[in-house]
Write a protein that binds this ligand. Structure first.
Ligand code: DGY
Length: 436
């Protein structure tokens, strides 16, 4: 395993941009800084280069807007290998956007809180790690405050996302039901992603029309949260996104206690957390499916599909032991057949399942890492070990790809890795898994 770890370190160092202090997810396909990538990448760096881990997070938090918002892509450099770039997104339209960085006007799963806790866990020099955490933690808190004050119109403790790119699971089949409610114009644009990666592994042109149209609606209102809540055709309470926020709340509380101050913030976090966990369990658990599902806030209906996001709440300690047991049973029955690697990103029994296409079926290392940790926390050690073993095997067989075919039979020739190669979070989280 030392060889594999060594390769992973090479991938991370290769994607590091020292002049600015951040990592690209991978060359060409993703040439900027992405919010949740950055957080997960820092976990990998923390194992062998704490300075880079800290700089990664510092740069990310430096891009925070005046209202606490942190964008999903920060365009640190010029690049013509990616569409849509800064001139399409126009973050400057928002009155409180960063004057220093050009970015998108949408966000991504809020991983930063639990990433700080991971950095503390991994650090050999705990007091240096705490000093670092002390210097950034209030920004993460401010980000959570932004979410609860601006993204929860019905005051439920659950925040919405207004774009599929905010979910991180960009083209999940779950969104198909929302695309059915829309009829966006046909945009003329030049895709860049499909010049780097086979089109069969990426979203379709028509899907991109929807993606761009939602951004145009938000831009028409200068990215006002209020207007977005009122008008965006995409408004979803996502179990993965909310689980990340809840997990990060928990981490912030623990870290503030360690730092020995900010009782008021700890109390506020507790309040957010109690409400969030209660609503999450009440609203997002689907008894019939036996796991958590997305809720379409625009059309007031649950989106009743199983995906790897359905199991992510295990990582945040959200289900009680009975629910956790039902989730693990469903995961093994539906996603865990002998011929499948754990864990496909979408229900393998569904006719919408596609094991090659981005978030419509392939296995992703970041979700597997969360599942591994969640299963361990609920004492499902055997299943956790299977997730870990599967993750290591798919990388060993194919390389550090962005996502992987879930069907074992496809892995015989070492070409079942798809999307970008030398992908940062696949390397970062593999390092962390190997260390456990
Ligand atoms: C892409 O361009 O596909 C990115 O994942 C958006 O975040």
């Amino acid at each position: 395993m030392e060889g594999l770890k060594h390769q992973a370190i090479g991938v991370l160092n290769g994607n590091w941009k020292d002049e600015v202090g951040f990592s690209i997810p991978c060359a060409n396909l993703y040439p900027f800084q992405w919010f949740w990538d950055s957080g997960l990448i820092a976990i990998g760096f923390a194992h062998f280069d704490m300075e880079k881990a800290e700089r990664e997070i510092k740069t990310l938090l430096d891009t925070q807007w005046g209202n606490g918002f942190i964008p999903h892509i920060i365009f640190h450099t010029e690049s013509d290998t990616y569409f849509p770039g800064p001139d399409f997104h126009r973050s400057d339209l928002h009155p409180e956007s960063s004057k220093k960085y050009r970015s998108t006007g949408m966000t991504q799963p809020p991983v930063t809180g639990f990433v700080l806790e991971e950095i503390y866990r991994i650090a050999k020099d705990k007091s240096a790690a705490l000093n670092f955490i002390e210097s950034v933690i209030d920004k993460v808190y401010f980000n959570h405050q932004y979410f609860y004050e601006n993204r929860d119109p019905q005051n439920e403790g659950l925040v919405y996302i207004y774009h599929n790119w905010e979910s991180g699971t960009d083209n999940s089949p779950i969104w198909d039901d929302i695309w059915d409610t829309m009829n966006p114009p046909e945009y003329t644009f030049e895709r860049r992603d499909t010049t780097h990666v086979d089109a069969s592994e990426r979203p379709s042109k028509r899907e991109y029309d929807h993606y761009l149209h939602i951004i145009d609606i938000a831009k028409d209102h200068n990215y006002s949260d209020e207007k977005i809540a009122e008008l965006s055709p995409f408004l979803v309470q996502d179990p993965l996104f909310n689980a990340m926020l809840i997990k990060s709340n928990e981490s912030l509380m623990k870290l503030y206690v360690l730092l020995g101050h900010d009782e008021a913030k700890i109390q506020q976090l507790k309040k957010w957390q109690e409400k969030a966990v209660m609503s999450f369990n009440k609203k997002l658990f689907d008894n019939e499916l036996g796991a958590y599902v997305h809720y379409d806030l625009r059309n007031e209906r649950p989106l009743r599909f199983l995906s790897s996001s359905s199991f992510a709440p295990l990582y945040a300690g959200i289900p009680n032991p009975d629910r956790a047991a039902s989730m693990v049973k469903i995961m093994l029955e539906k996603f865990g057949a002998e011929h499948q690697y754990l864990c496909a990103s979408f229900d393998p029994d569904s006719e919408r399942f596609n094991p090659k296409k981005y978030w419509r079926g392939p296995v992703w290392v970041n979700l597997n890492w969360m599942l591994y940790n969640g299963l361990k926390a609920y004492n499902y050690n055997e299943v956790a070990e299977r997730v870990k073993k599967d993750t290591i095997s798919i990388i060993e067989n194919n390389g550090f790809y962005e996502y992987f075919d879930s069907r074992k039979e496809m892995h015989k020739n070492g070409n079942a890795g798809y999307g970008g190669n030398n992908f940062s979070w696949s390397a970062a989280l593999l390092i962390d898994l190997l260390e456990r």
